[in-house]
Each structure stands twice: as C-alpha cells, then as structure tokens.
Design a protein around this ligand. Sequence first.
Ligand SMILES: Nc1ncnc2c1ncn2[C@@H]1O[C@H](COP(=O)(O)OP(=O)(O)OP(=O)(O)O)[C@@H](O)[C@H]1O
Ligand SMILES: [Mg+2]
Length: 272
Amino acid sequence: MTALLKETLVGTELKLPGALDIRGLSKEYRIEGKPLPVLENINLRVNAGEFVSIVGASGCGKSSLLRLIVGLEAEYSGDILLDGQRIEATSLERGIVFQDHRLFPWKTVEQNVALALKNHKLPAAEKTRLVAEHVKLVNLQGFEQAYPHQLSGGMAQRAAIARALINKPKILLLDEPFGALDALTRINLQRELQRIWVQQRSTMIMVTHDVEEALYLGDRVIVMDARPGRIRHEIKVDLPHPRDRASPVLQKLKEQLLSELIGSDLDAAKAH
Ligand SMILES: Nc1ncnc2c1ncn2[C@@H]1O[C@H](COP(=O)(O)OP(=O)(O)OP(=O)(O)O)[C@@H](O)[C@H]1O
Ligand SMILES: [Mg+2]
C-alpha cells in the first residue's frame, strides 16, 4: 500500500461518524426541592465504532447517563458531544434499547419496526425493503405479522433492536437490554448483537449488571461508583471480535472485575 493511500485510509477512518466525547459532565435531580447529585465530573471518550460496556452498583447513574446521551434530559453541566455537536434533545442519529421492549402491543413486528421510519421521506417501497432487511438482521423472518404478545421475550427484544437500528443511528445505547431474559436466550442474543456490531460497526454503549456480558461484548468496560455516580476505573478488553466466551483472558478479566465490584460493595457497607 502506498504511503499516500494509507494516509487517505487513516484519514477516512478518523471521519467515521459516532465519536462521543463527554467532558466534565455533572447532573443533579431535585427530590422534594433538595438537590440530589447523580453524576459528578464524568469524562469519557468513545471512539467511532467502539463498543463500550458500563457496569456499577444499582443507583450509580448508569441509566441517567444513557438518558443524557440520547437527549432525553437537556439539563446538565459539562459537555456531551457527538461528532463535535452538543447533545440537547433526542435525534434519529441516536438510538436506545431498554430492558423492556416497548413495542406497541397493537402493532405487528413489521409495523413496529416501520414506525421508526415514520419521519423519513423515503418512497414506500424503500421503507418496505429496509424493514425486511432489518427483520432479517435480527433473525425474525417469518414473524413479520406477529403481535408482541405472540413473541418470546428474546424475540421481542430482537424486534426492539431492529427498530433502533433501522434509522442507522451513529450511536446505539443499550440499557440492560437482556436483563429480563433467561440465561440461554441471553447468551444467544449477546452473540447476535456481537454479529450485528461486527457487521455494522456503529458505536454502541451498553449498561449491564452481567460482568461476563460486559467483557464478552465490550472493547472497554467502564466501572462506575455510586453517590454521586462517577467513573472509577476502566478495563480494556484487548481481544478481537467475534470472541470466544471461554477465552482464558476473559476469565481472568472476569475475576478481576468481580473482585473490584464486590470490593466496592464492601467499602460501601463499611462506610455505613
Ligand atoms: N427523574 C428522576 N428524578 C429524580 N431522581 C432520579 C430520576 N431518575 C433517576 N433518579 C435518581 O438518580 C439516581 C441514579 O438513577 P439511575 O436510574 O441512573 O441508576 P442506575 O445506575 O441505572 O441504577 P440501576 O442499576 O438500578 O438501573 C438514583 O438515586 C435515582 O433515584
Ligand atoms: Mg438503570
């Protein structure tokens, strides 16, 4: 490869969309007039196309952080920049998947996924093609006409992922997306998500309580502390994707991460 071509390719790579830059982010809520600091001085840079997992005790502000990134909360101090633009409201360029699928019960899989394209001025045939493509991406072919109550929990979550991806978001946020699923379905969906991410390489940030899941999927795992929520530590998972769940490196990192999380619980207990 010539030096010039290499430089051009590197240049192109730098311009990939979906780079997130969080600087000095703090957030407080008010409960009965009293301030409740929830996030304190969060600094986090996520590269375009990176997969970052976030773990931390319940109540440390993980969901609040995702809500801020997706633009559901406009009041905060510091900066949240996506490709240099400050985030202040929701946008189709940021998608989110929650623990519960939030599909409309009176609409079919196909209609639920298509609804995400409502505000796009695309020809109907193109919308139909995109819906079919995304239903296939999450392996739901044959269930296009099914209603949410006719799906298993894992299938409904697949539909929610298809709905979030159909707008080709620069960044996809996942808040415990597999938290309500049984262990086997969960492993299956982790593998599927990894496949989708490898294929699409959009930036993804996933909150989870499952240490193994965080390490299996993440290029990095961010560990948060509570009251107020802040970043304590990060673990780099230097393994190529797709990964082997049984990899000794992952096992070792799992032990390290677990002892850190359990250690922080013990510290918190001592402080009380
Ligand atoms: N809309 C709100 N108004 C007031 N306080 C809130 C609001 N949303 C969250 N909080 C508070 O912010 C803190 C962080 O909540 P958050 O839901 O972000 O935690 P979390 O890390 O996602 O927890 P979990 O792991 O249990 O989901 C909690 O103390 C919660 O009470
Ligand atoms: Mg939460």
